[in-house]
Ligand binder design. Sequence first.
Ligand code: NAP
Length: 289
Amino acid sequence: MTARNIDGNALSAKVREELAQRAAELTALGVQPCLAVILVGEDPASAVYVRNKVAGCEKAGFRSLKFTYPADVAPDVVFAKIAELNADASVHGILVQLPLPKQFDADKVLEAISPEKDVDGFHAENFGLLLQGRKSFYPCTPWGVMKMLESENVQVKGAEAVVIGRSNIVGKPMAVMLLSKGATVTICHSQTKDLAFHTKRADIVVVAIGKAKFLKGDMVKPGAVVIDVGMNRDENGKLCGDVDFDSAREVAALITPVPGGVGPMTITMLLANTVESAERALNAQGESK
Ligand code: NAP
């Protein structure tokens, strides 16, 4: 069997068209969606991510604000900017690009963002709501994965799902989202004893570990859906995922490529959260009148 690719670029383009439409309607009503991005330091990968986020906003008709600080900035300066943006009614989403330099406590920074503007979905309040199955801003990467599964009509209810990686931004929320859609979920990580035992019985396997070409075809159940969240450089400096694409695609039924898979969906869902936040702001204006 050779797996079919799930095309993240094509799905992204379709979803972004719908978002641009919603943004235009909001703008016509006087509420243009606005995302504020804070970048600290000179990490080249972070600079690229921020550039893509800003470009995504502009293409969809959003307003975007970008604040950059040198790597040695005092945390208070960034906290003051977050407070200012929290108080600015024209800003609907605030994002602090991770990782942050050593002098920052990233958890404290993320929690300084108002949960109503936490369009990355990283605030503890939003994560708690997600855990309870209540409305929140969903973390963008796992939400993008759920959209990809939905677009391919993948049966999640009753499926055996294995998530490799237990980070707060990908692995854990991914597992919760699959669970809430009725999958039986196993979370694996660096201490898991026999990883292949788990992956070989998974109908859906999501890999988010940051290890180039880690999941090989012989660890995949025939006919499985393989989702590759990883973004790494291979030995030739070429972008690659956590899945050994060539061997896994010979066994799986559906697979996400890197690049062109989960990556574009992450920014798309960031835009979706920002539109949602702007819609909530508009509704709140209506209620207060
Ligand atoms: P992270 O915080 O470093 O977490 C990595 C996780 O992988 C940890 O839970 C770790 O286990 C686990 N792990 C590491 N080595 C392992 C191994 N050999 N076997 C099993 N588990 C292992 O990473 P992250 O932020 O979740 O990101 C993961 C990857 O996704 C990275 O490549 C990142 O660049 C990529 N990413 C992509 C997007 C996108 O838009 N496509 C978005 C976010 C992240 P322990 O907890 O036991 O240490």
